[in-house]
Design a binder for this molecule. Structure first.
Ligand SMILES: [Zn+2]
Ligand SMILES: [Zn+2]
Length: 265
C-alpha cells in the first residue's frame, strides 16, 4: 500500500510534540486525528474512485457516505481524547439521528466558507483525505493562477508556504480543505488584496524560525507562513498547528486568523 503524506504528517506531529512542551497536548490529539485521516486516505486511494458525472462540482464529488462510515470512529476518539468543547459536540452528534449526522457533513461540504456551522471540525476531518485524493487527480495549475482561494475546491488558504527556488523562495498558499498549493505573490494579503509592504507586518518567535505570522493592518486578518528554505523538514499543515504561541501573539495584537486550522486555532 502506498505511503501517504499523512504518514509524514503523523511523524512530524510526534517530533514537534516532543520538541515543544506547550504544544504536546494539542499535537497528541492531532496525531490521532491524522492517523484516522490516514486510514480514510488509504481506504479511498486503493480502489479506483467511482466515475463521477462531469456536471458535478469538486465539492459535490466529495463522498458523504465514506465520511459517514468513519464518523463513529471520529466521535469516539474526540469523546475520549479531545478538548472538552469538541467532546461535548461529539456526544451530541453521536446522539442525533442518521439524517442529522448526514447534515453535519453536507453543511460543510457544500457551504461557502464562513457559513459552515458549529460542527465543521468533524466534517472537515472526514472530508479532507477525500478532497486531497480527488485534488491529486486534477490537472496541475498553470503557473500564475494566483487567486486568494483554492483553484481546485474554492476553500480559503490555511497557511502560506515558502519553497526554495533559485536564491530565494517562492510563496504558495496551502488550501485548508484539499491541501493543494498554488503560487501567490509574496507581498500581498490573500484576504483583502493589500499590497503595501508597510501595511503587512510580519512576526516570528526566536525558537520558531521557520514559521511566522503574516498579518494585514488593512483587514486585520493573518495567516502563518512556513518557510521551507529555513527548515526543510517542516510539514506546513502540522507546523501550522504546532506553533500556538504565534496565534496567541496575533490574537493579542488584534488579528484574526482568516481560516482557523482543523484544531480550531
Ligand atoms: Zn482546495
Ligand atoms: Zn488584508
Amino acid at each position: 500500500m502506498k505511503r501517504s503524506e499523512w504518514d509524514k504528517r503523523i511523524r512530524r506531529a510526534v517530533e514537534l510534540g516532543e520538541r515543544f512542551s506547550y504544544a504536546a497536548e494539542v499535537l497528541a490529539f492531532y496525531r490521532q486525528i491524522l492517523a484516522l485521516q490516514n486510514t480514510i486516505y488509504q481506504e479511498i486511494s486503493s480502489p479506483s474512485l467511482p466515475d463521477h458525472k462531469s456536471s458535478e462540482s469538486f465539492r459535490e464529488r466529495l463522498d458523504v457516505d465514506a465520511a459517514l462510515r468513519h464518523l463513529p470512529g471520529l466521535l469516539a476518539l474526540v469523546e475520549q481524547r479531545g478538548p472538552s468543547k469538541l467532546a461535548e459536540q461529539a456526544k451530541e452528534i453521536g446522539g442525533s439521528t442518521k439524517d442529522q449526522q448526514r447534515q453535519v457533513i453536507e453543511n460543510f461540504r457544500l457551504a461557502n466558507d464562513g457559513e459552515r456551522g458549529p460542527n465543521a471540525f468533524f466534517a472537515r476531518v472526514l472530508l479532507q483525505p477525500y478532497a486531497e485524493h480527488l485534488a491529486s487527480a486534477e490537472p496541475a495549475q498553470p503557473a500564475g493562477s494566483a487567486g486568494s482561494v483554492c483553484p481546485i475546491c474554492g476553500a480559503r488558504p490555511q497557511a502560506a508556504v515558502l519553497r526554495p527556488e533559485g536564491d530565494g523562495g517562492k510563496r504558495f498558499l496551502l488550501c485548508s480543505l484539499c491541501l493543494t498549493e498554488w503560487e501567490f505573490r509574496r507581498i500581498l494579503c490573500p484576504t483583502c488584496g493589500e499590497g503595501n509592504y508597510e501595511k503587512l507586518p510580519r512576526y516570528s518567535a526566536e525558537d520558531l524560525a521557520a514559521v511566522r505570522v503574516e498579518a494585514c493592518d488593512t483587514c486585520h486578518y493573518y495567516l502563518k507562513s512556513i518557510d521551507l528554505t529555513v527548515d526543510g523538514h517542516a510539514v506546513p499543515l502540522v507546523d501550522e498547528v504546532a506553533t500556538v504561541p504565534l496565534d496567541l501573539w496575533a490574537a493579542e495584537h488584534g488579528y484574526k486568523k482568516a481560516e482557523p486550522n482543523v484544531m480550531g486555532f
